[in-house]
Write a protein that binds this ligand. Structure first.
Ligand SMILES: Nc1ncnc2c1ncn2[C@@H]1O[C@H](COP(=O)(O)OP(=O)(O)OP(=O)(O)O)[C@@H](O)[C@H]1O
Length: 441
């Protein structure tokens, strides 16, 4: 059997798709059928096929348009188009757009078909197949409730355009940057640098690298993240944390695609694609003179705003269930179902720490879980302490207050029920009501 095993069939004619699937499965391949090309574009990255067979005539999107889009996502795998007898010219057009071969409908010979598949797969160099180098949630989950962002990303992924992701902490900016890299079909690495996580003095050398002797302690030369991302993607997280000097150097890289290592004289060219992210209002920082205006305009070409989790209400449970399954698998436990009360809590809590906070809370609760269902406790106070020092504490308090007000409204002022809804103890609720001066309610 071939080393290559995953084949996707995109075909709205179910009986023909099933017929092909049966032949391929008997030939030892793993097959998935997509009867809608738009859905296929969303799901294919998760299936990560090594070969795609697509019909040329489908109601929602014609096969050529699908082929062009899918080729952007999978530039290195063979595509076979299905063409009805008498429509060979359209197959020829498809081959001009990058299809490797075509088959006719009805199929003339199952043996020839399998032979063609074997041949195409064996000529695809194994090294050209990009396996996912990192873990991200399946696209269906990653973009749950923000499908419009997925559409945007499909358009921009294969271009050179700099993308800027705006979003609160934990909304999935880094995961979405990885998705863009995967969809770009770039052969180089995905390299990440979080400007808030490293001391300001080190950002420059981390980014640009240095030559031996560039500064005390530089005992040998080292390449920086920009060099490491050559032909790949460089993700600059928390870009607002860069000082103005580094911002100027970065602007030059973005404009000229050239830079020097610290202490180096030789200009180095880069082909890296830049994705940047921030949870700050950059325009406000520009006004305050803390962020260069020219850099702002240079990076703000394709902004994507990732909404906070509390604005993805209809997707919260889907995301939570995915996380529960993933964590349970890691813990070697049967995944628990969320209790009715837990579902309400998850939907109503304002999630200041977004999906990362959801992960943390679910993990803590899964460790402590006893019953057959998962009963979520949010431990408000804990969360408050975690965010106390941060700038968002003001808005967090407002969210907390809003959540309490909403819970009291929903329960007609019944504090016991409101506390249950919020996943906190009655004592904590009384404490909060006092803190926020809500006693009059
Ligand atoms: N839709 C989703 N479904 C499930 N898990 C998700 C989803 N989006 C993100 N995650 C997970 O949530 C966590 C936080 O995501 P990520 O690190 O991408 O957020 P971020 O916005 O980059 O955070 P920060 O601003 O703090 O850097 C990660 O473990 C990520 O895998």
């Amino acid at each position: 059997m071939s080393n290559y095993s995953r084949i996707a069939i995109v075909e709205d004619d179910n009986s023909f798709a099933l017929f092909l699937k049966t032949i391929l499965e008997e030939g030892g391949y793993k097959v998935e059928i997509y009867d809608d090309p738009e859905i296929a574009l969303k799901k294919l990255p998760d299936f990560n096929p090594q070969l795609v067979i697509t019909d040329l005539k489908m109601p929602k999107m014609d096969g050529i348009a699908f082929l062009e889009k899918a080729k952007n996502i999978f530039p290195n795998i063979p595509f076979i188009v299905i063409t009805a007898y008498g429509t060979i010219p359209s197959a020829v057009e498809a081959m001009k757009k990058g299809a490797a071969d075509y088959i006719t409908k009805p199929l003339s010979s199952p043996e020839d078909f399998l032979f063609l598949i074997e041949k195409l797969l064996s000529t695809t160099k194994k090294t050209e197949i990009i396996e996912k180098p990192f873990e991200i949630p399946p696209f269906e989950i990653l973009f749950a409730g923000i499908e419009d962002i997925y559409e945007k990303i499909l358009q921009v992924a294969s271009t050179e355009t700099t993308v800027i992701l705006y979003g609160e902490t934990g909304t999935g900016k880094s995961a979405i940057a990885k998705a863009i890299h995967l969809l770009s079909g770039r052969k180089g690495n995905f390299v990440e640098i979080n400007c808030a996580a490293i001391p300001e003095t080190l950002i420059e050398s981390e980014l640009f690298g240095y030559e031996k002797g560039a500064f005390t302690g530089a005992i040998k030369s080292k390449s920086g993240k920009i060099e490491m991302a050559k032909d790949g993607t460089l993700f600059l997280d928390e870009i607002a944390e860069m000082n103005l000097t580094i911002q100027a150097k970065l602007l030059r890289v973005l404009q000229d695609k050239t830079f020097e290592r610290l202490g180096g004289l030789t200009p180095i060219k880069t082909n890296a694609r830049f994705i940047v992210a921030t949870n700050k209002d950059l325009l406000e920082l520009v006004k305050q003179g803390k962020f260069r205006e020219d850099l702002y305009f240079r990076i703000n070409v394709f902004p994507i705003i990732i909404p906070p989790l509390r604005e993805r209400k209809e997707a919260i449970l889907k995301i939570a269930e995915y996380i529960i399954n993933k964590l349970s698998q890691k813990m070697g436990k049967e995944p628990l179902k969320l209790s009715k009360k837990s579902k309400e809590i998850l939907k109503n809590y304002p999630w200041p720490g977004n999906i990362r906070e959801l992960e943390n809370i679910l993990e803590r609760n899964l460790i402590l879980a006893k019953g057959k269902e998962l009963d979520i406790e949010l431990e408000f106070i804990d969360i408050k302490r975690v965010y106390e020092d941060k700038e968002i504490s003001g808005s967090l308090k407002e969210m907390e207050k809003k959540a309490i007000l909403e819970a009291l409204k929903k329960t007609g002022g019944n504090k016991k029920k409101a506390a249950e809804l919020l996943g906190i103890s009655l004592r904590t609720l009384y404490y909060k009501i006092k803190e926020y001066n809500l006693e009059a309610l």
